[in-house]
Design a protein around this ligand. Structure first.
Ligand code: PLP
Length: 380
């Protein structure tokens, strides 16, 4: 099946008992057994397995061209579980432009359990190669990254990972791109993670996460950890992500069309110093983005002239763009990463420019979006 058809059908069969076309929400914690150790339908307890979650996990795997999928209670839960593949003393080379919560988990939580991290610019494969050590077991990156929308050449980095004697896991957080735009496993990555809260859910009404892989051993370990740690999503949340996935391609096309127009508008605006959008000609990795991604996605960041104060004024001055964290929903959002999503990177080498504004460009009419930005920029 082509991608658009997978989005609608992968993981979901009409219910054999009732013919229900939509995946039922199996709102149950436990399942009857016909005898001790003889579960009737293959299900024992919903932390371990739930039919609605199984359907979502199959869909996630299919979309990423993976053999196995696992769903989690949040993107952070997915990331935390992946890091539990490692042992104390192991070293991770991670991107120096990642979601603030990812940095916080690495720096403030996992360091205390004996993992070490080196943050580098993953857009430069030589920097990544130079950071590898004998103890390196994982390379972690986002592309496009949050919030600077830097684009890393996944194939080039996979070659760096494969050349290291440890064969470190190469993990890509594909939240910003979604599998509609790029499929990192096809480009050499070992694991893909998602905050399904974002484009996969698509409607800002659910928090969730995902991990996919095609390696059986890694999957077995992750499935063990998923059950042992227990950061699983409930069936209602799984249903919402499954429903969101059905419209992913049409939403992403419109997100990208609107975002490209917003980027073009901002690039020509006198109060904007710099625009960051993967498919914009001014983007330093535009050529890689065009090779690796189907379109430029729905996220646009920009630096306003006037620094922190101007950024706050713009973010507080929009009417249609809602001032809020998160991204990937049908409605447009605006935020200031330095004080909102990336506040945890303050005073670290990952600290972001206080004049940076991040937009999640939604599906409203482009004229309304541009008019809103115009009037907000007029306030500085
Ligand atoms: C790129 C990226 N990865 C992971 C996460 C964490 O996901 P969640 O908020 O679902 O825990 C986020 C959240 O904003 C994100 O933007």
């Amino acid at each position: 099946m082509r991608f658009e058809s997978l989005c609608i059908h992968a993981g979901v069969e009409p219910d054999p008992q009732t013919g229900a076309v939509m995946m039922p929400i199996y709102q149950t914690s436990t399942y009857v057994q016909d005898g001790v150790g003889k579960p009737r339908g293959g299900y024992e307890y919903s932390r371990t397995k739930n039919p609605t979650r199984v359907a979502l996990e199959a869909a996630l795997a299919a979309l990423e061209d993976a053999t196995y999928g696992l769903a989690f209670a949040s993107g952070m839960a997915a990331i935390d579980t992946v890091l539990r593949l490692l042992n104390p003393g192991d070293h991770v080379v991670a991107g120096n432009d990642v979601y603030g919560g990812t940095f916080r988990l690495f720096d403030k939580v996992l360091r205390r359990y004996g993992l070490t991290f080196t943050f580098v610019d993953t857009t430069d494969p030589e920097q990544v190669a130079a950071a590898l050590r004998a103890e390196t077991r994982m390379i972690w990156l986002e592309t496009p990254s949050n919030p600077l929308l830097r684009v890393t050449d996944i194939s080039a980095l996979a070659q760096v990972a494969h050349a290291h004697p440890n064969r470190p896991y190469m993990v890509v957080d594909n939240t910003f791109a979604t599998p509609y735009l790029q499929r990192p496993l096809d480009l050499g990555a070992d694991l893909v993670i998602h905050s399904t809260t974002k484009y996969l859910g698509g409607h800002s009404d659910v928090v969730g996460g995902a991990v996919v892989t095609s390696d059986a051993q890694t999957y077995e370990r992750l499935a063990f950890l998923q059950n042992a740690v227990g950061a699983v999503p409930g069936p209602m949340d799984c249903f919402l992500v499954l429903r969101g996935i059905k419209t992913l391609p049409v939403r992403m096309d419109r997100h990208a069309a609107n975002a490209a127009a917003v980027a073009e508008f901002l690039a020509g605006h006198p109060k904007v110093a710099r625009v960051l959008y993967p498919f914009h000609p001014s983007h330093p990795q535009a050529a890689i983005a065009r090779r690796q991604m189907r379109n430029g996605g729905g996220m646009v960041s920009f630096v306003v002239r006037g620094g922190a104060e101007a950024a706050v004024r713009v973010a507080e001055g929009t009417r249609l763009f809602a001032l809020a964290e998160s991204l990937g929903g049908v409605e447009s959002l605006i935020e200031v990463p330095a004080t909102m999503t990336h506040a945890s990177t303050a005073d670290s080498p990952l600290a972001v420019d206080p004049g940076l504004v991040r937009l999640s460009v939604g599906l409203e009419h482009i004229d309304d979006l541009l008019a809103d930005l115009e009037q907000a920029l007029a306030k500085i």
